[in-house]
Design a protein around this ligand. Structure first.
Ligand SMILES: Cc1ncc(COP(=O)(O)O)c(C=O)c1O
Length: 389
């Protein structure tokens, strides 16, 4: 088995990457260890770098279409990783997962319609809905024993005749749940009863820790298969977020036609040549690198989780089942969000994502990205403890 050096510190500054180069804008100072936006500080798998390098050597970077290999490679990945059978003609595309979510909403809802979200959740869900004149129906997640569960009873009670769609985050950012088949099946039955279309954001599907498997929402029932738009990507898994290449799976031909029409309407149906090569290399040759990454990330997760829960009394870490993001509860300290943020930046020199932006249930929390070398976390944790103990 090849070895990969996830401990390597890579200087990402001056590459226009937002994690480092936007620190002044976000935190008011360059002097923070950035554990915020959700990309990782690791080099990509060598096979991906090689494929991109080879394509770059060609020196003509014109308009690019998706070759049959894009579809076949994706089909095999879905089957291999999630045991999910998807036909070639059920696979579409989007530059980004969020753009796929927005296009789906614009295509299948009208202004004034309600879209269900489960906060605290990835914040562009809110802006996507509100900026486009739709309304949010929030089915807040319920914290329980250091984890979260869905509130099905509230969901059933709240859905009304204006509720048309749900944005599901599966696995869930920021609370780190990898929803079980039972939970998703229950959700699918509520969607079916109320004729709700589900846009399932499964961008974190591959980052899974011991004992957890990913269940595509569309695979849990016949209704879900026919009424789900699944958004996936190699971007989180293989650290390719800048390459704007995502996958959309739609197993209902009418919905797929309408979605593809949206791609045409916005003229964004072509593909980034480097993203295409990266996707193919990742899905064809990236399994071994991914397995090594998951071992490393799980070590990071366990280290941060134990360190915080054992050493910092006022802060509680939640153990993520998926994602390289950890949800931290600062509420016991009795400080305002602003004060926590100020101490994190000014005293600890750490840039996290403030929980309040993840909506109801997020105030009092911070989200920490542990997709970085362990030594960075060790250093950061000492400063966190000094600041908050
Ligand atoms: C749940 C979730 N969806 C979507 C995205 C972003 O996807 P994209 O950059 O492809 O729009 C992120 C990034 O953090 C995310 O966590």
């Amino acid at each position: 088995m090849p070895t990969y050096n996830f401990d390597k510190i890579i200087d990402r500054t001056h590459t226009s990457c937002i994690k480092y180069d936007a620190r002044s804008k976000i935190f008011g100072t360059e002097d923070v260890t950035p554990l915020w936006v959700a990309d990782m500080d690791f080099e990509v798998a060598p096979e991906i770098a090689e494929a991109i390098g080879k394509r770059a050597q060609h020196h003509v970077y014109g308009y690019t279409m998706r070759c049959p290999e894009y579809y076949a490679t994706t089909q095999k990945w879905l089957k291999r990783r999630y045991n999910w059978e998807v036909a070639e003609n059920e696979i579409s595309y989007s530059p980004g997962v969020v753009s796929a979510i927005v296009m789906s909403m614009l295509a299948f809802t009208k202004p004034g319609d309600k879209v269900i979200v489960q906060s605290p959740v990835y914040f562009p869900f809110f802006s996507s809905i509100e900026n486009n004149g739709r309304r949010i129906l929030n089915n807040t997640l319920v914290p329980e024993n250091g984890s979260y569960k869905m509130d099905f009873e509230h969901l059933e009670r709240s859905i009304d005749h204006n509720t048309r769609m749900m944005f599901l985050c599966n696995p869930h950012n920021p609370v780190g749940r990898s929803w079980t088949k039972d939970e998703l099946t229950k959700l699918a039955s509520i969607a079916e009863k109320n004729n709700i279309m589900v846009v399932s954001d499964e961008i974190h599907a591959d980052i899974l820790f011991s004992g957890h498997t990913h269940t595509p929402f569309a695979s849990v029932s016949a209704y879900a298969k026919e009424n789900t738009i699944t958004c996936m990507a190699p971007s989180k898994t293989f650290n390719l977020a800048g390459l704007s290449t995502s996958i959309v799976v739609i197993q209902n031909s009418k919905i797929l036609r309408t979605y593809n029409q949206m791609l045409d309407n916005y003229h964004i149906g072509l593909t980034n040549p480097f993203g295409l090569e990266a996707l193919k290399a990742a899905y064809q040759k990236g399994d071994v690198w991914l397995e090594a990454l998951l071992v490393y990330l799980e070590g990071n997760r366990d280290y941060v989780y134990s360190f915080i829960n054992e050493n910092i009394k006022g802060v509680e870490a939640y153990l993520p089942e998926s994602t390289f993001l950890m949800w931290l509860d600062f509420r016991k300290l009795g400080l305002s969000d602003r004060e926590v943020q100020k101490r994190l930046v000014d005293d600890a020199g750490i840039g996290l994502s403030g929980g309040a932006m993840f909506g109801e249930g997020g105030s009092g929390f911070q989200r920490l990205n542990f997709g970085c070398p362990r030594s960075v976390l060790e250093n950061t944790m000492e400063r966190l403890a000094d600041t908050f103990k």
